[in-house]
Design a protein around this ligand. Structure first.
Ligand SMILES: NC(=O)c1ccc[n+]([C@@H]2O[C@H](COP(=O)([O-])OP(=O)(O)OC[C@H]3O[C@@H](n4cnc5c(N)ncnc54)[C@H](OP(=O)(O)O)[C@@H]3O)[C@@H](O)[C@H]2O)c1
Length: 331
């Protein structure tokens, strides 16, 4: 049997429960994966609590849009994988029907990539959503070039840390934004060229100071809310690009009036396209090999404690990195 995390109604972490289900046989073009670890994302929390705009398939809704594990059985017509291959699940657009919060699950083969050998399942589970989102927003959407000054909000978050490392990998200059002066040293140690702590300094003035008065070439924003107007002002007038990826601040966001190019980026734009996935994976794996990219894991919870993993996310993490759930005994 497979152990699967489900919920019958939306609500707090306590709605999550574990059920036993037959592991499922892969159909043509599908693969059954033994999931060793899956990451907890903000989207999971929104979906569980009923705050996601996407519809939730209740009861017995599932969760999870990324994970890592081993191929167990391949369906008819699947030639790119065989039993025993270590893989990463790159996209689950219908997560309440087919999510990764389980110890076994069936996915279309096109949603899987081989996992890098050097990464443990726990770190492999922490890679895809954060790094593919940061890459897609910065490189594919905003066209980041070496030398670009890149302002990164929520820089200590999982997407923010990935953006910081990817900017470094490309030769751009990452400027990290945090709400807390106390995080300055950690962000400098993580590779930020400069840090703007909004509890002690003015964002727009500091962004201009760190960019020789010009403003940032690119702003990648995970927060939105009322601060969006200021972020647009921190970008270079006329040639700057503001790309929003997240909505950590749920308050209304004003449409930016500053003259910058704006984009909204959703990673499914690329991760449902196998050609784009190959491109993104090639970039990320090169960065992993050189050490430019290094997915951080904050805490690992055992499967039985999946609700605690959600509580920990809601409480605000103690240190940067991904929250991961391991399905392995003894985790
Ligand atoms: N577009 C996509 O495809 C995509 C993919 C993945 C994630 N996302 C979204 O991107 C956002 C970031 O995800 P993540 O995984 O990086 O989140 P995360 O790891 O939970 O981010 C945590 C950090 O965000 C900052 N933060 C939290 N609440 C904030 C608020 N109200 N205002 C300002 N900063 C706040 C804090 O940094 P400081 O305390 O240092 O300020 C905190 O350390 C989420 O909204 C997520 O849903 C979108």
């Amino acid at each position: 049997m497979s152990r699967v995390v489900v919920f019958d109604e939306t609500g707090g972490p306590e709605v999550l429960r574990i059920v036993d289900e037959p592991p499922g046989a892969p159909g043509p073009g599908e693969v059954r994966v033994r999931i060793e670890a899956f990451a907890v994302n903000r989207l999971d929390e929104l979906t569980r609590s009923g705050r996601s705009p996407a519809s939730v398939r209740l009861p017995r809704a599932r969760l999870g849009c990324e994970g890592a594990g081993t191929v167990e059985v391949v369906g008819e017509g699947v030639s790119q994988f065989e039993a025993g291959d270590a893989v990463i699940v790159t996209a689950v657009p219908d997560m309440t029907a087919a999510g990764t919060y389980a110890d076994h699950a069936v996915f279309p083969a096109t949603r899987l990539i081989r996992a890098p050998e050097a990464l443990s399942p726990t770190r492999a589970a922490a890679l895809w959503v954060a790094y593919s989102t940061a890459y897609g927003a910065l490189v594919e959407k905003a066209g980041m070039q070496p030398g670009d000054r890149v302002l990164i909000t929520a820089a200590s978050g999982t997407v923010g840390l990935a953006a910081l490392q990817i900017a470094r990998q490309v030769g751009a200059v990452p400027i990290a934004v945090t709400r807390h002066e106390a995080k300055r040293d950690a962000l400098l140690a993580a590779g930020a060229a400069a840090v703007i702590a909004t509890d002690t300094e003015d964002l727009v003035e500091a962004a201009r100071r760190h960019t020789g008065g010009a403003g940032a070439d690119i702003v990648i924003d995970s927060v939105m809310g009322p601060g969006l107007a200021q972020l647009a002002q921190a970008a270079k007038r006329f040639t700057g690009t503001l790309v929003t990826v997240g909505w950590l601040d749920p308050r209304p966001a004003p449409y930016p009036s500053a003259p910058v190019t704006t984009h909204r980026y959703m990673s499914f734009e690329h991760t449902l396209n196998p050609e784009a996935v190959r491109r993104i994976a090639a970039f990320l794996y090169a960065g992993l090999r050189t050490g430019a990219l290094s997915p951080a894991v904050d805490r690992v919870f055992p499967l039985d404690a999946v609700a605690d993993a959600h509580r920990y996310l809601a409480a605000g993490q103690e240190s940067p990195g991904k929250i991961v759930v391991s399905t392995q005994a003894g985790a």
